[in-house]
Design a binder for this molecule. Structure first.
Ligand code: GAL
Length: 456
């Protein structure tokens, strides 16, 4: 009996996936189903290698696909370098022979093997897939996983592996309009919506100098120093009253803490006047090459009885514990609560006016040079209603996805008569090619793999 030759086409493709910067790998790819007999399968087509992203170590992609009885096997796909991510799809089902007479059909195309996580980048565990969707509910409740109100006011975020850590002021005990220091809290989430309280990372017991009823610590921000392997926190240090000075916020300094683990107990380093300048609302900025900056409102000699009319950008020393001589003043007006983002080499800084706990219109500045400027000194309002929906900026969260990067305006809605009840407003920025804007949204979602926002 003459055998009719048929063909089996096996298409195997293997995708390394773009994941978080954490270095976790995709899950095992699924193999294709077995095909039915044709005498001669043709080998699978070459698998497409994964996309190269920063972070994890190179991983191998799918295994060689074997074809039909006489067909040659598929070409091995080389996996992309991954730094985390979602499931790598396996090889497609091999198509069976046309007639089925003759020899046995080609075996199923073997699926891609697991993308082994990029363990290298920053010691992230391999093989853990991150969450894919985050839904932000601005109407609340902004509760943690135990049902308690999230206490992370004036906060900042840092992503480590597949987890976001949210640091902020714990104002549980501030049940009136006075915000004396009790603790800095740290929450963790993989989806930006489900927050587990991890630790009170700085408390009044952290160091004797923090055991002071007059103390105020606000707006903590954390970055990681790859050379010292320490997480470094900067915040605003102040006093409710000072001898020889009238009114609250009479000290106006910066404070620094460090910890070898992101959510561990931080160690007090020092409080001081950066560059000799008074220093209030503050933030940190870190470039991909590790160069970092402390940005704060205040200038030499400014005190609580006057205005705080300048913003300084201080380059940090390589250990992030000091400011260097590099100081830049870009806005000679009365702003505070700056938070930054950078797109295609352009820098943007959103800030508020200075009206205490009362909200005002947030606006942003642009620098086409660097974080140190030159800034255009021309503020563009964000939000149409005069108070940015009663919020004040605190941080801009970049969500780097495979299709787009979304920048989230993270802000506080202060309750000035009971600060412990203060809540939050998180909104995605939109950009029309020229101008950034915000649109209020009670609930919205973001695909954390692609970066694409869905407004409900
Ligand atoms: C705001 C500042 C807050 C807090 C408040 C106290 O201007 O942004 O972080 O310091 O004043 O009134």
């Amino acid at each position: 009996m003459s055998a009719r030759r048929s063909h089996i086409v096996i298409l195997a493709f293997f995708l390394g996936v773009l994941g978080c910067s954490s270095g976790t790998g995709g899950a095992t790819g699924q193999g294709g189903a077995s095909s039915n007999g044709g005498t001669e399968g043709r080998g699978g087509a070459a698998g497409t290698g994964g996309v190269t992203v920063s972070g994890g170590a190179t991983v191998s992609g799918g295994a060689t696909v074997s074809g039909g009885a006489t067909g040659s096997g598929g070409v091995t796909a080389s996996g992309g370098r991954v730094s985390g991510g979602t499931t790598s799809p396996g090889g497609a089902t091999a198509a069976g022979g046309r007639t089925g007479s003759g020899g046995a059909g080609g075996a199923s195309g073997a699926g891609g093997t697991s993308g082994v996580g990029g363990a290298a980048g920053n010691g992230c565990p391999a093989g853990v897939a991150g969450a894919t969707t985050g839904t932000i509910n601005n109407t609340g409740p902004w509760n943690d996983t135990t049902g308690k109100h999230i206490q992370a006011h004036g906060g900042g975020l840092i992503k480590v592996c597949d987890t976001w850590y949210w640091f902020g002021e714990d104002k549980t005990l501030n049940t009136n309009g006075t915000g004396n220091f009790h603790a800095i809290s740290c929450y963790a989430s993989k989806d930006l919506a489900t927050w587990e309280h991890r630790n009170s990372v700085v408390t009044t017991s952290t160091d004797p100098v923090l055991n002071n009823v007059n103390l105020i610590i606000e707006r903590p921000k954390v970055i990681y120093n790859a050379s010292t392997k320490l997480y470094v926190m900067w915040a605003h240090w102040d006093m409710e009253s000072c001898s020889g000075a009238s009114g609250g916020y009479c000290d106006s300094e910066a404070v620094v803490f460090t910890s070898p683990t992101v959510d561990g107990n931080y160690t007090y380093v020092k409080h001081f006047l950066p560059g000799g300048n008074a220093s209030r609302d503050c933030n940190l900025w870190q470039e991909p090459d590790g160069t970092a900056y402390f940005i704060s409102t205040g200038a030499q000699g400014q005190t609580s009885s006057g205005t705080f009319s300048q913003t300084q950008v201080y380059q940090l020393s390589s250990d992030y514990l000091n400011v260097t001589n590099t100081t830049k003043i870009w806005a000679n007006d009365t702003r505070e609560a700056y938070a930054f983002w950078k797109v295609n080499g352009n820098y943007y800084g959103v800030s508020s006016g200075q009206t205490g706990w009362a909200p005002n219109q947030a606006a942003y500045l642009t620098s086409t040079g660097s974080i140190t400027g030159p800034w255009n000194n021309s503020f563009t309002g964000l939000g149409p209603n005069g108070s940015t929906w009663s919020s004040q900026p605190t941080y801009v969260i970049p969500i780097v996805g495979s299709q787009t990067t979304t920048y989230i305006y993270a802000s506080d809605i202060w309750n000035s008569s009971n600060l412990s009840l203060s809540t939050y407003l998180w909104l995605p920025f939109t950009f029309d090619g020229t101008k950034w804007s915000l649109t209020n949204s009670a609930t919205w979602s973001i695909n954390l793999a692609t970066g694409v926002v869905t407004t409900n």
